[in-house]
Design a protein around this ligand. Structure first.
Ligand SMILES: Nc1ncnc2c1ncn2[C@@H]1O[C@H](COP(=O)(O)OP(=O)(O)OP(=O)(O)O)[C@@H](O)[C@H]1O
Ligand SMILES: [Mg+2]
Length: 112
């Protein structure tokens, strides 16, 4: 199993969700986040205090998927989330050791 963490533009959330649904992905967690990539932006000083004015709203999707669906899911996200301009976002992959459905203690891929 792998966890796919995708940071995307907020207006791409619906197309990405739809693309994932179409390849049979069920569970996911979505969080509104703020961040920046390598363009960073600038810090603003106001009354002696530094403020970040460069953190832009993004959506974070987290989904744990069986190994056989990883490439298809990444592909679906890439295609649905890309505009080709800066700030399109990023995908991070990590290995997941186990998953447990709390209701019935199913484990591993059956818990997804
Ligand atoms: N190295 C990173 N670690 C964690 N989050 C990141 C990282 N890079 C980018 N992000 C997140 O992804 C969002 C979008 O990043 P972004 O697409 O601007 O990356 P980039 O490297 O600047 O690429 P681009 O040049 O295409 O803009 C950021 O706002 C931030 O939330
Ligand atoms: Mg950027």
């Amino acid at each position: 199993m792998k966890k796919i963490e995708a940071i995307i533009q907020p207006f791409k959330l619906e197309p990405v969700k739809e693309a994932l649904k179409n390849i049979g992905i069920d569970g996911m967690t979505i969080t509104e986040v703020r961040g920046h990539g390598r363009q960073k932006g600038h810090k603003e000083v106001y009354r002696g205090q530094e403020y970040n004015v460069d953190l832009l709203p993004k959506m974070k999707l987290e989904l744990v998927v069986p190994e056989r669906l990883v490439e298809a899911a990444v592909d679906a996200i890439l295609k649905a989330a890309r505009t080709g301009k800066i700030g399109d976002g990023k995908i991070f992959l990590t290995k997941i050791d186990d998953a447990i459905r709390i209701r019935n203690e199913e484990r591993g891929e059956s818990a997804l």
